[in-house]
Each structure stands twice: as C-alpha cells, then as structure tokens.
Design a protein around this ligand. Structure first.
Ligand code: ATP
Ligand code: BTN
Length: 327
C-alpha cells in the first residue's frame, strides 16, 4: 500500500460512520474521497483485512451497527486531572500514531498531545519491527516533554506499568512486564510499548510514548508467525473489555507514574516493576550486534537497565537490547 493510502481508508470510515444505517454507494465514496474506484476498493479490501466490519451489498457499503467504535466523550469523561493534560486526536485509520505524534512534536505540540486510532496500516515496534494493529485494539501515542533528561528505558517501564495497572483495574487480570517493553499474560504478549526520544544537542526535547494493547482484537487477524505468542484481553476474559475505561485508566496511571519520574522518585517505579517483571530470575539470551550473550537476569537498576549475570560474579548492564527468555 502506498504511504498515503490510509487517508482514503480513514475518510471511508468517517463517511460510513456518519451515514449511520444508510447504505453508501461506491460512486459517492469516490467523489467524497476524490479517489479512483480502484483506490477505494483497495482501501475497502485493506479495512476488511484489518477486521473492520463493513458490509457490502448491491447498493453499496455500510458500517455494521455493532461496530463499537471508540466513544471519545466517554473516554475523556474518565480522564482525571493530573500532571499531564491529555488532548486526544482520534483517527479511524492511520499509518502509525507514533509517526503522527513525532511529526506533531516537531511542530512544537504540547505535552499530552495524543493520537489514538482504531487501526494502523504501518504500526511500528522496537528495532523497526512491524506492529500488527487490527480493528478493536488500542493503538495510541502520547507526547511527553520531561523537564529532566530521563533514560528512555525508565519511561518505557513506567508506561508498561501503566498498562499492567489498567489491565488489573479494568479487567481484573494480572499481567507481567517482559523487560524491556512488553506486557504479557501467561507468557503471551498482550501489549507493547515504544518510546521514541527526540534530542536537541544534549537536551531531551520530547518522548513519544506509544502504547499498543490487544484489547478486543480477533487473534486470527495476527500473522501466523507470532500468533501463538500473542493474546488479547478479549481472549483472556472471554468477553469484550471496555476500551474507553482501559485507555483512560492507562493514561491516568501514565500521568501519575510520569509525575513520580519528574519528582526523581524512580526508585518507587523500579520497585513496582521488579515485583511485576517476569524476566527477573530467568535465563535469557541477548543479541549484541553479531554476538549472543547468555545469562541470568538478576535485577533492574534505578535507570531501568537490566543487570545480567553472564558468569558468577560478572555482570553486564543492558539497555534496549533484543532479549529472549530461554527455557
Ligand atoms: P518478542 O519479545 O515478542 O520476541 P520483542 O519484544 O523483542 O519481541 P518488539 O520489537 O518489542 O520485539 O515487538 C515486535 C514484535 O512483536 C514483532 O516482531 C512481532 O513478533 C510481535 N507483534 C507484532 N504485533 C503484535 C501484536 N499486535 N501483538 C503481539 N505481538 C505482536
Ligand atoms: C513493541 O513491542 O515493539 C512496541 C509496540 C508498540 C506499538 C504501538 S501501537 C501505537 C504506537 N504506534 C505505533 O506505530 N507503534 C506504537
């Protein structure tokens, strides 16, 4: 898909959602989006692949009545005042909320600027990996402007804790951190966090914190290559979760954990992370360039780094490395 094609898909969703139960013809979609029929059809196909419930009859297209799109009013009603003033821009479909927020950061957007989408065409994970973002997940990125220069790692850990707290409060499920940036349930990945820092010289100007949570996604929409290692909250609970409550709880917790970092209280955050980190005490393997290092994950340090014991008495400190748990 060409890089801008998400725009046509986003417009299509906008049109279908505002036409309620009225069927919309292909020619109307073409004239409103100023796109060729082939482009509109390609965008509709892509939306279908992502699980967006658009039905198609002889007369045209319809967003199914039980589509359950995010209710922004309900979400904002549940946000508590805190250090961060959240300002959320909602998209049906976007390439990546992370790249959108990074672009807004460059245009001096204020702290709390957040982009939230129902689906992403090019969700990004750590180390340039793809992040699958089908319909009914939670895909959002928020801009923070720390007053002190923080290790990216600490913010990633704080955001992962914000997710585990929200999952526990809203769904009653215990989830764990897999250092450095995953949230897992029973060893399967349910969420991931991406922190992208922007510096001017030595000074940290902003961090885009991306949260990807497999809330109500259909696991069959994930690629087979990692489907077995993933889960969703819906699959764990056997019922849909309230996404608005979950997002609000994650943002409320992120704001209070971030406030702790701003007050230099990282010890409390690292303590909470230690208690919830499934990596500690495990044998792990780490890729360092072309080398593979094996050892036991011993502890988290107060800057969020992982201390790995590679042989008795010899430790190595890890930052955002590629870590896999060994059996
Ligand atoms: P892992 O620990 O899962 O091997 P990682 O945490 O080192 O991966 P990341 O960069 O954090 O790697 O995450 C990206 C990886 O997560 C992708 O390569 C893919 O395997 C997996 N992934 C992508 N989308 C999803 C999703 N929606 N849910 C769960 N896992 C996903
Ligand atoms: C990872 O585990 O590698 C981190 C995944 C982070 C995914 C989120 S979804 C919202 C935001 N937009 C993106 O493109 N990526 C992050």
């Amino acid at each position: 898909m060409a890089t801008q094609d998400w725009r046509v898909g986003n417009q299509i969703c906008q049109i279908l959602s505002s036409s309620g139960q009225k069927v919309v013809s292909l020619s109307y979609l073409c004239s409103e989006t100023r796109a060729q029929p082939s482009e509109v059809r390609a965008a509709l196909r892509k939306l279908g692949e992502l699980g967006c419930p658009i039905s198609h009859g002889r007369e045209g297209y319809l967003l199914e009545p039980d589509a359950q799109l995010l209710e922004m009013d309900e979400l904002t009603r549940n946000l508590r005042p805190g250090l961060v003033r959240w300002a959320i821009t909602y998209f049906f479909y976007i390439n990546s909320t992370q790249s959108a927020v990074r672009a807004m950061a460059e245009r001096d957007a204020h702290e709390g600027t957040t982009v939230l989408a129902e689906m992403q065409s090019r969700g990004v994970g750590r180390l340039g990996r793809n992040w699958s973002s089908p319909y009914c997940g939670i895909w959002l990125s928020s801009l923070l402007r720390p007053r002190r220069t923080l290790e990216n790692q600490l913010l990633t850990i704080a955001a992962s804790l914000a997710i585990t707290r929200a999952v526990s409060a809203v769904c009653g499920i215990k989830s764990e951190l897999k250092w450095p940036n995953d949230v897992q349930i029973g060893g399967r990945k349910v969420a991931g966090v991406l922190g992208t820092s922007e510096y001017r010289g030595e000074r940290l100007r902003s961090v885009a914190v991306g949260l990807g949570i497999n809330a109500n996604i259909d696991l069959n929409l994930l690629p087979g290559s990692f489907r077995d290692q993933a889960t969703s909250l819906k699959a764990e609970l056997g019922a849909k979760v309230d996404r608005e409550q979950l997002i609000a709880s994650a943002l409320n917790n992120l704001s209070s954990l971030y406030a702790k970092l701003e007050r230099a209280e990282e010890d409390e955050i690292v303590d909470e992370a230690r208690k919830n980190c499934s990596t500690l005490g495990r044998r792990i393997q780490v890729r360092m360039g072309s080398r593979l290092l094996k050892g036991v994950a011993q502890d988290l340090d107060r800057d969020g780094s992982l201390i790995l014991e590679v042989e008795e008495g010899r430790t190595v400190r890890l930052y955002s490395h590629d870590v896999s748990l060994l059996p």
